[in-house]
Design a binder for this molecule. Structure first.
Ligand code: PBG
Length: 324
C-alpha cells in the first residue's frame, strides 16, 4: 500500500460509499420457509419463532397471494403430518401434506418456485431422519430407498427443487437416478451438503415436531468442529449430481461458506436457521438491537461470504421494512 493511501477517502459521503460497495443482497436471493399442517383454517403461532406460523394449505394459499411472494426467489416447504409411523409413510404418500400443498400451490401460482425439504424426521415416530434398526442405529441404505420414493412423490406433485436434508451417504445419487428414471430429469436437487449437528435447530424442531425421541443426530450430521469433513461432504454431493449445495446453519459457519465458494463452481445456498432467527427476534423484542439494521447486516454477511441464495425466516420482514 502506498504511503499516500487514505482509505477514508472512499468513505466520505453516502454516494461515494455506494460507489465502492462490494456486496449487496436482493429479494430474488431470498427463500422463505413454511411449515404446512393438515386441516383447514389454521394459522398457528410458534412461540420460539415470532412472526412465523404453521399454515394449513388453504391459509398458505391466501398468504401466497401477497405481492411479496412474486419478489422473492421461492419458498421452501416443510410438512408437519398429523399421523406418523416407523417408516414415515406420509412423506411419500400421494395424499401426504407436502404433495397436496405442491399440487395446489402449482395450480394457483405456477410461476412460484417451490423447494421441498426431503427428510423423514417429522414423519417418523422416533423423529430420526432415517430407518431405525433394532439396535437403535439409523440404517443408511434402507433409508435411501425411502428417500428415492419421497423425491418421486414430491416431483410428481410439482416440486421444482428437491432438497434432501437427511445427511445419508449417497442420497443425492439415489435421488438423481430415481428422478431421471421417473421422467423428472428437469427437477433440481438442492442438497443440504454441509449440515452440521447444531443446537441452533431447536425452534424448528418445535415447529415441525421433529425432535429425535432418543439419542441425537450426530451419527449423520457433521461435527461443528470439522471443516475438512464438511468440504468432503460437499465434494461428494457435487460428484453425485447436486445442482445447488448448501451450508447450514449460517452465522457460525461463514468460514465454510467462503471455502465452499472458493472450491466449487456450483450455486451456493446458506440456511439462516431457526435458532439464529429466534436470537435476533428475542433481542429485538427486548429493544436491545435495531432489528432491521441487524438483519440487513446478516444478509450482507452471507453474500460477502459467498452465498447465492439465502433461506431465511426474515425474508418477509426484509420486504415489509422497505415496502411499507
Ligand atoms: C430436517 C431439518 C431440520 C432443519 C431443516 N431440515 C432440523 C434437524 O435436522 O433437526 C432445521 C432448520 C432450522 O432450524 O430452521 N432434517
Amino acid at each position: 500500500m502506498s504511503l499516500n493511501t487514505r482509505l477514508r477517502r472512499i468513505r466520505q459521503t453516502q454516494s461515494i460509499r455506494e460507489l465502492f460497495q462490494e456486496n449487496d443482497w436482493n429479494y430474488k436471493d431470498l427463500i422463505m420457509p413454511f411449515f404446512v399442517v393438515e386441516g383447514t383454517g389454521i394459522k398457528e403461532t410458534i412461540p420460539s419463532l415470532p412472526g412465523i406460523y404453521r399454515y394449513s394449505i388453504d391459509c398458505l394459499l391466501k398468504e401466497l397471494e401477497q405481492p411479496f411472494y412474486q419478489e422473492i426467489g421461492g419458498i421452501l416447504l416443510f410438512g408437519v403430518p398429523s399421523v406418523k409411523d416407523l417408516q414415515g409413510t406420509a412423506a411419500w404418500s400421494k395424499e401426504g401434506i407436502i404433495q397436496q400443498a405442491c399440487r395446489q400451490i402449482k395450480s394457483q401460482f405456477p410461476e412460484l418456485v417451490i423447494i421441498t425439504d426431503l427428510c423423514l424426521c417429522s414423519y417418523t415416530t422416533h423423529g430420526h431422519c432415517g430407518i431405525v434398526t433394532g439396535d437403535g442405529k439409523v440404517d443408511n441404505d434402507q433409508t435411501l430407498e425411502l428417500l428415492g420414493r419421497i423425491a418421486l412423490a414430491q416431483a410428481e406433485a410439482g416440486s421444482d427443487i428437491i432438497a434432501p436434508s437427511d445427511m445419508m451417504d449417497g442420497r443425492v445419487a439415489k435421488i438423481r437416478t430415481e428422478l431421471d428414471q421417473g421422467g423428472f430429469a428437469d427437477r433440481l436437487i438442492l442438497s443440504y451438503a454441509a449440515k452440521f449437528a447444531s443446537s441452533f435447530y431447536g425452534p424448528f424442531r418445535e415447529a415441525a415436531d421433529s425432535t429425535p425421541q432418543f439419542g441425537d443426530r450426530r451419527s449423520y450430521q457433521l461435527p461443528p468442529a470439522n471443516r475438512r469433513e464438511a468440504l468432503r461432504e460437499m465434494a461428494a454431493d457435487v460428484n453425485e449430481g447436486a445442482d445447488i449445495i448448501m451450508v447450514k446453519p449460517g452465522l457460525p459457519y461463514l468460514d465454510i461458506l467462503r471455502e465452499a465458494r472458493d472450491q466449487f463452481k456450483l450455486p451456493l445456498a446458506v440456511y439462516n436457521v431457526s435458532g439464529e432467527y429466534a436470537m435476533v427476534k428475542a433481542a429485538a423484542i427486548n429493544g436491545w438491537i435495531n432489528e432491521e439494521q441487524v438483519v440487513c447486516e446478516i444478509m450482507t454477511g452471507f453474500k460477502r461470504a459467498g452465498a447465492d441464495l439465502i433461506i431465511t425466516y426474515h425474508a418477509k420482514d426484509l420486504y415489509n421494512w422497505r415496502n411499507q
